[in-house]
Design a protein around this ligand. Structure first.
Ligand code: KG4
Ligand code: ZN
Length: 335
């Protein structure tokens, strides 16, 4: 069963065709990264206007690369939240018009659930129960997944999302946008980390907090603390700071996820979201976990439509479809 997936929740215009929820036939992503880089972050109005320009060619390209026609498709799956309202509207409108005109079922997909289902695009398929760590630019949370579509929220960030912390600290260090890949790049191979940054453990909960860590970096960068120990002009100091920050985020994410997985009796740990592309997080989680760790290839961790089509397949199989009144839900929750 072939599903066309459409994703426009943030700054990626994406369309993909996936067969039976597991086999990618095409996966087209038009990134707006360059467009937003000069503003140091995503400008919602710019994002939705760009989606309008690229949406149609991206869908055409996805169908062409998959070598399928409209009659080969079983349904159209689309992200309807969470995300930027104007951006989501472009994808949802496109999906509705395609489904309506081609008489195909319309399947609404939660973007966070899509990130989880990126892991079904690699074999072998994950085994339940799983503990999922979702770490993206807008969300950070731990979920127990006991079956398809069955989630229990265990914890979430109380302030910044992990990706947001990467982006804000990168901006502080003048490394540009998006921050995660920039911090990973300059931190690579830095042995002497050097800066003792705080970790918010929030013991007794599965919640996270990254704002204190961000403030600690700010104070060091502005010279308010340990004056003289950090010189922004010194590229070694910059790399050590990036590495120390990355290590602090990863340490908290890995420690808390593994404690939760053990407590919940999970058979596997599953990672999803843009920050799951981080090499240190992937390596540390795999090295420290006593149970298998699932993580999709980096290009399927960041926003794409293959994960939406994969998730759409499982939702459609359960009979989950939407009417023509489907609306966008910028704050949609997973549970
Ligand atoms: O899932 P995603 O593509 O979009 C949202 O749903 O938010 O995640 C984007 C986030 C950004 O904050 C970006 O800096 C972060 O993922 N990110 C990374 C890496 N690649 C992307 N963070 C750390 N290391 C990376 N390699
Ligand atoms: Zn995302």
């Amino acid at each position: 069963m072939k599903i066309l997936g459409i994703e426009t929740s943030c700054d990626e215009t994406a369309a993909a065709v996936v067969e039976d929820g597991v086999t990618i036939l095409s996966n087209v992503v038009a990134s707006q990264e360059q467009l937003h880089a000069r503003f140091g972050g995503i400008v919602p109005e710019v994002a939705s206007r760009q989606h309008l320009l690229t949406m149609v060619p991206v869908v055409q390209e996805a169908l062409a690369r998959a070598g399928v026609g409209w009659d080969d498709l079983a349904a159209v799956a689309v992200t309807h939240g969470p995300g930027l309202a104007g951006s989501l509207l472009v994808g949802v409108s496109m999906a509705k018009s395609l489904a309506f005109s081609r008489r195909l079922p319309l399947v609404p997909v939660n973007h966070l659930e899509g990130h989880i289902y990126a892991n079904w695009l690699a074999s072998p398929v994950p085994e339940f129960p799983l503990v999922c760590l979702i770490v993206s630019g807008g969300h950070t949370g731990l979920f127990l997944m006991e079956g398809h579509g069955q989630y229990k929220s265990l914890g979430q960030t109380r302030d910044d999302a992990a990706g947001e912390a990467f982006d804000k600290v990168a901006r502080l260090l003048g490394l540009g946008f998006p921050g995660g890949p920039a911090i990973q790049r300059i931190a690579q191979g830095v042995e002497a980390r050097g800066y003792a940054l705080p970790r918010a453990w929030l013991r007794g909960t599965d919640d996270f907090s990254f704002s204190g860590l961000k403030t600690a970096v700010l104070r060091l960068v502005k010279g308010q603390e340990n004056a003289g120990s950090f010189t922004p002009e010194d590229s070694k100091d910059m790399a050590r700071m990036a590495a120390s920050f990355q290590e602090a985020v990863v340490d908290v994410l890995v420690t808390k996820t593994l404690e939760t997985a053990q407590r919940e009796g999970a058979r596997e740990v599953l990672l999803g979201g843009g920050v799951a592309a981080n090499l240190l997080l992937r390596d540390e989680m795999a090295a420290r976990s006593p149970i298998p760790v699932r993580v999709a290839p980096p290009h399927l961790c960041t926003d794409n439509a293959a994960m939406i089509a994969a998730c759409g397949y499982f939702r459609f199989r359960e009979g989950h479809t939407a009417g023509w009144d489907l609306d966008v839900h910028p704050s949609l929750k997973l549970t």
